[in-house]
Structure formats: structure tokens, C-alpha cells
Design a protein around this ligand. Sequence first.
Ligand SMILES: Nc1ncnc2c1ncn2[C@@H]1O[C@H](COP(=O)(O)OP(=O)(O)OP(=O)(O)O)[C@@H](O)[C@H]1O
Length: 242
Amino acid sequence: MGNDVLLQARGLSKSFGAVRVLHEVSLDVRPGEVLGILGPNGAGKTTLFNLISGDLKVDGGELVFSGRPLRGEPPYRRCQMGIGRTYQIPRPYGGLTTFENLLVAASFGGGRSESASYALCARILGDCELSGKANRSAGSLTLLDRKRLELARALASDPKLLLLDEIAGGLTDEEGKELVALIRRIRDRGVTIVWIEHVLHALLAVADRIMVLNFGEKIAEGAAQDVIKDPEVRRVYMGIEV
Ligand SMILES: Nc1ncnc2c1ncn2[C@@H]1O[C@H](COP(=O)(O)OP(=O)(O)OP(=O)(O)O)[C@@H](O)[C@H]1O
């Protein structure tokens, strides 16, 4: 694997009982890119993230991150190696403040002094436009701010690779634009991003490349503008017969 690949997946497969959810999916994620993942409900997108983050074990296939095999590494080790993620259903500690939520997340990054953790969390709060809400309880935040906090928590372990799982849903157009601007800023700081998203215009505003999953198999991959014109993708994902 050369320096031009941050994460390499080869032949990933996963079944739940008799139900095959992912079948021999391979992909390369290049440093600095934003790779979008599209696919109908149940296509296996979140399962792919769970295999990368270590929340689920692979049945078959290999994952290599920064040149190191991930096999056998538990989720907290993958987090320390530089893999951060958000969850489709955010899980902040509602009773803790925004800043406290970040400090807890930063502790998973490991190997940082208390003062360095405080400095990192303060910087991330600024990046995520949450500085003015540092002392608010997370449970009292608006939807947009909860999404910002979910991103901020994923950033608090200082990831090289950030996995975003459907973060744009439920926002107004204006809020969606603010979220897209934030994701661009994160990319501009050098964080590589893989983003599962159903809100297509948000994804297309940022993604360099797109991969499409259907019934656990990769059906398309390439430059974002090319992939969304692919007749098979339009049929499967957008229900457009061409
Ligand atoms: N832990 C699990 N146990 C059993 N079945 C599961 C489990 N996790 C996911 N599945 C099933 O695997 C299939 C793929 O789920 P997955 O969440 O990966 O899809 P997805 O593409 O992310 O869908 P969505 O867009 O709706 O989030 C679904 O049929 C789901 O019900």
C-alpha cells in the first residue's frame, strides 16, 4: 500500500445470521479526500462503518489503516490510531455541558496531557461554532448544535479519518449550508472524510468521489458528478428509470 491510500478495505463481508449484509466490498480512501457513500436504506452503509470502527467484527476481508492491519484491534485502539466517527443517532451525555462532552471524547484519543486536552477541546469548540455554548448542557442544544457537538466529539480524539453517518438529516436549508461549511473547514484542516448521506445536495457540495452500495455490494464508484449520472445509480438510488 502506498502513501496515496489512508484506508484500504479488501473483500469485506458481513452477515447477520443468514442475512448477507456486505459482500466482498473493497475501497481505497485517499488522504485528504471526501468520499461519499450512497445507497438505499438497508444497503449496508452503517455496517461498513461499524467494521471500520471495530464496533462489529468482519466475517471476511481485510482492513489496513495508515499501513497497519486493523484485524484484532478493538474500537478504542482504532480511535487512538486516528479513526473517528459520528453516529446516526447522536449519543451526547445530555446532563454534561458541551465542553465536558468534548473532554470525555478527548480522553479516548489517549496520550495527551490535561492542559493539551483543554486546548484541543477549546479549539474544536471554536471550529464548530460552539464556543458560546461551552457551558450549556448538551441536552438543551438545538438540532444543528447537537449535530455540531456530534462532529466536535468525533474531532476531539484528533482523527486522521472521520466517518460521518447521516449527519445532515432534519436540518433547514440554511442550517444544512452551515453544516456543509463546517465539514469543508474540517476537510481543509487535513482530515480525510468518508460521509454516508441521504441529503444528496449536501453530499455533492463536498464529496470528491462517491461509492454506491446496493444490497451489500458496490455498484458504482468514481468522481461524484459522474456517479450521480450513472443510469444504474439513478435507477437503484433515485428510482429514476432511464
Ligand atoms: N446488529 C445487527 N443485527 C442484525 N441485523 C442487522 C444489524 N445491523 C444491521 N442489520 C441489518 O443489516 C442491513 C444493513 O443495515 P445498515 O444499517 O448497514 O444499512 P444502511 O445502508 O446503513 O441503511 P440506512 O440508510 O437505513 O441507515 C439491514 O437489513 C439491517 O436491518
